[in-house]
Write a protein that binds this ligand. Structure first.
Ligand code: ATP
Ligand code: ZN
Ligand code: MG
Length: 487
């Protein structure tokens, strides 16, 4: 890496008469050894700092302090440091496939040599350490160019027996036909009593057969998730295009909304321009997954050893995701209902818990829902390179996906749907949220039980007629509510 910084220090007045003293000062200070050149011109001191070890912008700030002392003794103030031109070059691991761009800088590429030029920036830019993050982001963007279009690593680890489905119809279409569900806006469904009873049955099964026996304790969390939380979990950089953003009104006074109401009453529709005038920019979004708010609630806490592993579960808030084109029936929706459990403990505690979870889930899918299902370890492509998660059979970190066959989509060799997962993420979130214990490292993970997904998998294999449902399941829906009659 090479850091070549040209910057200038603004002085409160001309200081040309100090040239010789300044030279003596610089020669006398070991600190200035990486000062390539300097020039004092009227009320500005121009510096060029070239370094291939330390970053020049850090050096510049230390120089700035020294110069402030020097000029201070001469009754001259320093009025800030300015980047005139900052040229940084570094080697990328792989050659970019196409041009790379980044805010605040011009980027040029020559093979694996990346050059970034920043011009005309204020002191804040140096102090905020943007430069390091810009280098990291460029490296990440180059990596992403290489992963594009590559699939996540997937390996089956267990598969149930084949089970003959009672039909091969699409449950969402059939439920719509029967009036059990109806679409209210894009990807958001209304569940009439039979469908609601099914979903609640799935919830009770998950609670009574998995969550409670393993000792999870219920929490209730807000549906709003702040940007601060998502910056820590990475959701805001990971999936900004899937979030439903929340705006607060600027004001709740009736006068402020008068024109909006006038237009509404006259036009019988919302005037969007007028509405936007009355809204603040979003600072939060609707729950995307439940774990981020749980981590936020635990941020900064030290968990007593006696409370480990800490096992929490939320079922209070639905998750919303902007799925755009990918929606289908109730299995890929913009608002879905999930139970999410979060576990925090030592690596060994989580390893044990993972085994117990798999065992309980297996009990549900085998003995209660009687599904044709399977488990796979999955590793996103970007983690495969790093050799993390899921690569070895016994790796604790990583994700297990649970999938069920959807007969209506086609052959069992291909048509499977992820219905839930179990993840262990190591210390990623306990670190991000500074969650500690008395001694040793804490790991965490979560498992999201998608109730719509359980329901689709079940109906796709077992049909909508309770006659064909397994006895163990029927217990959970009896008495099964009738559909109201509409004339
Ligand atoms: P996909 O790759 O299918 O989009 P994902 O990786 O986004 O899934 P996760 O964030 O891991 O899913 O969420 C875990 C669980 O949440 C899934 O196993 C599923 O049960 C449920 N889920 C996720 N997205 C949806 C959706 N759009 N509709 C219904 N359930 C969903
Ligand atoms: Zn989660
Ligand atoms: Mg998704």
């Amino acid at each position: 890496m090479k850091f070549d910084l040209q910057c200038s220090i603004q002085l409160s007045k001309k200081a040309d008469e100090l040239k010789e003293e300044l030279e003596a000062f610089i020669k006398g200070e070991e600190l200035f050894s990486s000062l390539e050149s300097y020039e004092l011109k009227a009320d500005r001191l121009h510096l060029r700092i070239v370094s291939d070890v330390k970053r020049s912008h850090e050096i510049a700030l230390r120089f700035y302090k020294k110069f402030a002392q020097f000029f201070g003794k001469k009754k001259i103030g320093v009025r800030g440091i300015h980047i005139d031109r900052y040229h940084i070059s570094f080697e990328a691991e792989r050659q970019p496939k196409k041009a790379v761009s980044i805010p605040f800088a011009e980027v040029t590429v020559d093979g694996t040599l990346i050059a970034m030029t920043i011009t005309d920036k204020g002191e804040e830019f140096l102090r905020q350490n943007y430069v390091d993050r810009m280098i990291r982001r460029i490296r990440e963007k180059i990596d992403m160019q290489h992963y594009e279009g590559k699939k996540e690593y997937w390996r089956a680890i267990w598969q149930s027996e084949e089970k003959e489905p009672v039909w091969n119809k699409d449950p969402s279409e059939e439920m719509q036909r029967a009036g059990w569900i109806t679409l209210l806006g894009k990807g958001k469904w209304f569940y009439f009593p039979p469908a609601a009873a099914l979903m609640r049955a799935m919830e009770r099964i998950a609670f009574q057969e998995v969550v409670m026996p393993l000792g999870f304790k219920e929490v209730i969390e807000p549906m709003h998730v702040s940007f601060d939380t998502w910056i820590k979990t990475g959701h805001l950089e990971g999936m900004p295009g899937e979030i439903y953003y929340i705006s607060e009104p600027k004001n709740r006074e009736a006068e402020e909304w008068e024109r909006f109401v006038d237009l509404l009453k006259i036009q019988r529709e919302v005037d969007e321009t007028e509405l936007l005038k009355n809204l603040k920019p979003p600072k939060a979004g609707v729950c995307y997954a439940q774990c981020p708010n749980i981590y936020t609630a635990l941020a900064g806490k030290t968990i007593a050893k006696a409370s480990l592993p800490l096992l929490l579960v939320d079922r209070s808030t639905p998750s919303d995701r902007y799925e755009a084109g990918g929606k289908h029936g109730i299995e890929r929706v913009d608002e879905f209902h999930r139970i999410e459990i979060v576990y925090i403990g030592t690596r060994d505690q989580l390893l044990q818990l993972k085994e117990k979870l798999v065992e309980r889930y297996r009990h549900v899918f085998e003995n209660i829902l009687d599904l044709e299902w399977r488990m796979a370890t999955v590793t996103p492509f970007y983690l495969q390179q790093a050799g993390i998660a899921g690569m070895e059979e016994d790796a604790v970190k990583g994700t297990i996906d649970f999938e069920a066959w959807l007969p209506y989509r086609g052959d069992r060799s291909r048509e499977w749907l992820e219905i839930q997962n179990i993840s262990i993420v190591g210390d990623k979130y306990t670190r991000a949220f500074t969650i500690k214990t008395q001694r040793g490292d804490l790991w965490s993970g979560c498992s999201g039980i998608g109730l719509e997904r359980w329901m689709v998998a079940f109906l796709a294999q077992k049909g909508m007629d309770p006659e064909h449902w397994p006895d163990e399941f029927r217990k959970y829906v009896e008495p099964f509510p009738d559909m109201p009659e509409f004339l």
